[in-house]
Write a protein of this length. Structure first.
Length: 371
């Protein structure tokens, strides 16, 4: 299928085009400001489906709203009519089409032109009045407050919040693209006279700023955002796309002594934390037990043995561990335990614990496994 995407260099267009290119048997025609306008004649002749994403939302002159939105729409429809092409059309309008401003008026006029074309040419059209959008490749300091917050905070720039209680309706770009693909398959989410994105998030401006600030802080406090919250998960992915290219890495604090080292990697409020433990040859670590805290050990480098003993028993359980056979050892509560490096090189162990370390309640009590 030959698919035309106008506005292919824009935020929505870029994401849509890259997704369409992943689909089998799809040839994508891209039209944008860098494309020769004459090429739209060829695209209008051969396209079997059209995503009309092109538009202007922040021109230098007010009259450019009509030129970039309404006039371009009329030009495209005229070319389609000229070639007798009744390909279905998805049009990205805006919730501002209900507002009395130049941008909204140009979108409303475009909607009406497309509806009139649909009636006279017997063509399917899908009109989406999109809310505020967020996701990768959105231009910061332009028309997306989420992109601006993510970019500025990631780049150590200030953000401005006039009213933190301002309510925003947001759609994530991947949800938008997925809905557009549903329209491509003839399964658009139609409500009354418009098609809608099924997943919308209503969030206060101050909350967005708070979350993005926490994402930046996660490099130092190591706290991973709550990925069970779909909005937080999508916002975090968005934030990461604005980190400067020379700043993808960040250091961890390695606690070293003669036995080796211990380094916290990531923490989660509800899922515990992961650390990396390095033991020198012949070193024994541990020899303690916990009331509630429980752990999982995975040796990924070197070889050793993990020993466990119930507090009310003299029987010692031994589990050989090695890089040759990845095996997770559960550390139950009420068992004193130790890990011994039996090899001739540093042994590296990935350790998960079910709760964050609390210095006021460490729940760790010294007791040697070997009596």
């Amino acid at each position: 299928m030959k698919v035309l995407v106008t506005g292919s260099n824009g935020f929505v267009g870029k994401n849509l085009v890259q997704t369409l290119k992943l689909l089998p048997n799809i040839e994508v025609f891209e039209y944008n400001r860098l494309t020769n306008k004459d090429e739209i004649d060829l695209y209008a002749k051969e396209s079997e489906f059209i995503f009309h994403m092109a538009g202007v939302n922040r021109p230098e002159k007010e009259e450019e709203f009509l030129e970039g939105n309404f006039d371009l729409t009329l030009y495209l429809l005229g070319k389609l009519k000229e070639h007798g092409n009744r390909a279905p059309i998805v049009f990205s309008s805006s919730t501002q089409a209900d507002l009395d401003n130049p941008y909204g008026k140009s979108k409303l006029a475009s909607e009406q032109a497309i509806r009139d074309y649909s009636k006279t040419q017997n063509t399917k059209v899908y009109i989406y009045r999109l809310p505020n959008l967020f996701g990768k490749w959105s231009r910061p300091n332009y028309n997306s407050v989420v992109a601006t917050f993510c970019y500025n905070i990631a780049n150590d720039k200030k953000i401005e919040i006039n009213n933190p209680n301002t309510d925003l309706s947001l759609a994530y770009i991947d949800d938008v693209v997925n809905e557009f693909l549903n329209a491509l398959k003839g399964n658009a989410n139609l409500v009354d006279d418009y098609c809608v994105i099924p997943v919308i998030y209503n969030v206060k401006l101050g909350k967005i700023a708070e979350l993005v600030q926490s994402f930046k802080s996660s490099r130092t406090d190591l706290l991973i955002p709550d990925m069970s919250n779909t909005f937080v998960k999508k916002l975090y992915s968005t934030y990461l796309s604005y980190i400067p290219k020379n700043n993808f890495s960040y250091p961890l604090t390695m606690h070293k002594d003669e036995r080796g080292s211990f380094t916290e990697f990531v923490k989660t409020p509800s899922g515990g934390q992961v650390s990396i433990n390095v033991s020198k040859p012949g070193v024994t670590k541990g020899n303690h037990w916990h009331h509630t805290k429980n752990e999982k050990f995975l040796v990924v480098k070197g070889e050793g043995v993990i020993r466990l003993r119930c507090l009310f028993s003299e029987d010692i359980l031994e589990y050989p561990v090695s890089e040759r056979n990845f095996e997770v050892i559960e550390i139950p509560v009420g068992y004193t335990h130790s890990i011994v490096n039996k090899g001739g090189e540093d042994m590296i162990t990935v350790m998960w614990v079910n709760e964050l370390f609390d210095p006021n309640n460490p729940d760790t009590y010294f007791l040697e496994v070997l009596k």
